[in-house]
Ligand binder design. Structure first.
Ligand SMILES: NC(=O)c1ccc[n+]([C@@H]2O[C@H](COP(=O)([O-])OP(=O)(O)OC[C@H]3O[C@@H](n4cnc5c(N)ncnc54)[C@H](OP(=O)(O)O)[C@@H]3O)[C@@H](O)[C@H]2O)c1
Length: 317
């Protein structure tokens, strides 16, 4: 007899006949599968869930023999091999799973280009597999936007489309909208340098990867509270110049910000340049929507990690 109800977290109890036929209440941890487990986003979720030990953590990867998968196995995750492009493999992977943490991949490493058509197929497969296997809750990592249906940035527009598909699919969901990861900034505290993809004056609403893990954990513990909601998981926009100022104030050492050349981006990373221009155009809208992340969880304040906090936690070089 399962005691799981919509208002209980996925880790719950069960009455069982144990040794000597005694009726005993045992804890049965629910299985949560994490897509992109060997990557940055899924990795932050896996790390959090494994340290909290409330769920049985299943890591989805295309290659169970990789060094990254082996590391997850040693950390306590169960490894399941599946490809987001292959619905049958997802149907097998999602069997006996209660919740799915999903991340889709617009970047095609084979061609070295974005392929958002493939990303949308991945999302459709995830949704079909969730529905067919009776998944209780889906958490999807999306990208922030300021309310338009089209931004002109392919991997942002694909997320807008995927959000629409999720809402239409009638699975219980929580969407986490993230900004560029502050973890991708190249920071040298010794040399006083921060290098990033966006301009000195471009206002960027950054997200710390560890916040994705923290918030996914919160949602998995209180799925009903976050059912069919979108949470904005990014800080107030800061420019490169402001990042350098903050680092200088925090460390007492002079920092400078070095922006990737827009000309190089124009020729080599046009989608990044489009996103940079999109941020330049949308300063005000992001500020208006920034507080949609929960500010309190189970009676405790929930604060997104600021750049200052992120910087102070960096390991020494
Ligand atoms: N970069 C940013 O600042 C930023 C900000 C917000 C949102 N995002 C979004 O975050 C996502 C990227 O996540 P990430 O940075 O964690 O990526 P990542 O570090 O490049 O990792 C990609 C992961 O996806 C898995 N993967 C790729 N193709 C797959 C497939 N066909 N089937 C199953 N798994 C597959 C890989 O697993 P295996 O190789 O083990 O199979 C790997 O774990 C994108 O949707 C991006 O738009 C990025």
């Amino acid at each position: 007899m399962h005691l799981l109800s919509e208002n209980l977290p996925f880790s719950t109890g069960k009455l069982c006949f144990c040794q000597y036929n005694k009726l005993k209440f045992v804890t049965v941890k629910k299985r949560v599968i994490v897509c992109g487990a060997t990557g940055k986003v899924g990795g932050s979720v896996i790390e959090r869930l494994l340290s909290e030990k409330a769920f049985r953590v299943v890591a989805l990867t295309r290659s169970s023999g990789s060094a990254a998968a082996e590391k997850l196995r040693l950390g306590g995750a169960e490894i399941v091999e599946a490809d987001l492009a292959d619905l049958e493999s997802l149907l097998r992977a999602f069997r006996d799973v209660h919740a799915v943490f999903a991340v889709t991949q617009p970047w095609d490493s084979q061609t070295g280009r974005y392929n958002v058509a493939k990303e949308i197929i991945q999302a459709k497969n995830i949704l079909w597999a969730c529905r067919e296997t009776g998944i209780s809750h889906l958490i999807y990592t999306s990208f922030l936007n300021s309310g338009q249906r089209q931004t002109g940035v392919s991997f942002v527009d694909s997320k807008i489309r995927i959000e629409e598909l999720i809402m239409a699919f009638k699975v219980s969901y929580t969407i986490l909208r993230c900004g560029p990861f502050m973890d991708n900034l190249q920071i040298s505290t010794e040399r006083g340098r921060i290098a990033g993809k966006y301009g000195n004056e471009t206002p960027v609403p950054y997200t710390a990867l560890s916040d994705i893990g923290r918030l996914a954990d919160v949602v998995l513990h209180q799925p009903a509270s976050y059912k069919n909601t979108i949470l904005n998981l990014f800080n107030s926009p800061v420019s490169g110049r402001q990042l350098a100022l903050a680092a200088t104030e925090l460390t007492g050492k002079k920092f400078i910000y070095i922006a990737e050349s827009a000309v190089v981006q124009y020729f080599r990373y046009p989608e990044t340049l489009k996103l940079r221009l999109y941020f330049n155009r949308n300063k005000v809208s992001f500020n208006r929507t920034v507080n949609l992340c929960p500010t309190e969880v189970s009676g405790k304040r929930f604060v997104l990690k600021s750049f200052g906090a992120f910087l102070s936690e960096l390991p020494p070089e």
